[in-house]
Design a protein around this ligand. Structure first.
Ligand code: NAD
Ligand code: UFG
Length: 337
């Protein structure tokens, strides 16, 4: 089986490529390295002893897509490529609409042209907007609160229309909750440039002494300890969810959306305390005002993923915290040498 992975050098993409290679899929990656480094390919090879084929370029580029599809015959595509920062999408909406929508439209057009109609798409729990009920099930109403989220919802709708127009398509819409952690080897993980927006990368920068303290955005929510509650999922569990989704799209047709989370909600304070405990390191913090647009609680009902994909997460919060820190420690050691 040969799979095209767009955005395969990124955080979730690289972990998924590792799982694919370990399951003996042949992998071809297209990535323009706008938010990743080419060195990740060496790390993938070190972990798996296998080499994915790599094309450096843009998924928006029709001529590149046609070249890649004429050089390979794909059984399916996993589409990770896109921009993902909520705050940046508010500042630069056109950039987000162009990249996320055009990459998906052009990819699907070329897939259709070459007769490859199996797609796994990276959606997000952000399509549930401010959920009225918890845990979140796939049938709950969809809405968005920022341009990034709107691109995901628009793409879900485009893919639904595509599926209705031609019943040969087989599409999985995977709605990720909060992926954190890293591969246990410490060779791949998440290390965003600049000041991070998301909680775990911020905690890591504080742990490394690169930022003085964590701001906890609000401790007056109606939650167990007043801080925001999220469904953190280990990135390797998430990557394995893609293998399960791939099996599903290869063996069926139609379109289906699935939550990928753990079904458990942890507060910001619980995450900080777990990180401190497993890594034996203090994370100084202060309580800051609520962040605009945040919801109090967000966690998944994962029973549909279990039923449809025969997949469920396995790794606990302690492993997520340990692996996230291990990756950065390995990275720091290798750059210090
Ligand atoms: P990432 O930024 O680490 O990876 C995305 C990759 O796509 C990067 O390597 C980037 O260089 C590449 N890319 C972007 N636009 C491209 C283009 N036009 N052509 C070629 N390559 C391009 O992000 P990630 O965390 O791995 O997320 C992967 C996908 O999952 C994204 O679509 C994101 O929106 C979605 N998602 C992520 C999260 C999360 O918290 N990380 C949550 C929900 C959904
Ligand atoms: N938080 C802090 N301090 C920080 C960063 C975050 O207290 O410096 C808190 C937030 O207020 C929230 C929790 O930590 O309560 C998690 O925040 P993240 O920014 O890590 O994650 P979000 O749940 O806000 O959003 C993420 C992605 C979205 C995606 C969503 C659901 O950024 O793209 O998960 O998958 F849509």
């Amino acid at each position: 089986m040969k799979v095209l992975v767009t955005g395969g050098c990124g955080y979730i993409g690289s972990h998924t490529v590792v799982e694919l290679l370990q399951e003996d899929y042949e992998v071809v990656i297209i990535d323009n390295l706008s938010n990743s480094l080419k060195e990740v390919l060496t790390s993938i090879e070190t972990i798996t002893k296998k080499k994915p084929i790599f094309y450096e370029g843009d998924v928006v580029d029709f001529s590149l897509l046609r070249k890649v599809f004429s050089e390979h015959s794909f059984d399916a595509v996993i589409h990770f490529a896109g921009y993902k920062a909520v705050g940046e999408s508010v500042q630069k909406p056109l950039m987000y609409y162009r990249n996320n929508l055009e990459s998906t439209l052009h990819l699907c057009e070329v897939m259709k042209e070459f007769g490859c109609k199996r797609l796994v798409f990276s959606s997000s729990a952000t399509v549930y907007g401010s959920p009225k009920k918890l845990p979140i099930t796939e049938e709950m109403p969809l809405s968005t609160t920022n341009p990034y989220g709107t691109t995901k919802l628009m793409i879900e709708n485009i893919l639904r229309d595509l599926s209705s127009s031609d019943n040969e398509w087989s599409i999985a819409l995977l709605r990720y909750f909060n992926p954190i952690g890293a591969h246990s080897s410490g060779l791949i993980g998440e290390n965003p440039k600049g000041i991070p927006n998301n909680l775990m990368p911020y905690i890591i920068k504080v742990a490394m002494g690169e930022l003085p303290q964590l701001d906890i955005f609000g401790n007056d929510y109606n939650t167990k300890d007043g801080t925001g509650v999220r469904d953190y999922i280990h990135v390797v569990d998430l990557a394995q969810g893609h293998i399960a989704a791939l099996n599903k799209v290869i063996n069926s047709t139609g379109i289906d959306a699935c939550n990928l989370g753990t079904g458990k909600g942890y507060s910001v304070l619980e995450l900080v305390q777990t990180f401190e405990k497993v890594n034996h390191i203090k994370i100084p913090y202060q309580i800051a005002p609520r962040r605009a647009g945040d919801v109090a609680e967000c966690y998944a009902d994962c029973s549909y993923a279990k039923k449809q994909l025969d997949w469920s997460s396995k790794k606990d919060l302690e492993t997520m915290c340990r692996d996230a820190y291990h990756y950065i420690s390995v990275l720091k050691k290798s750059t210090d040498i």
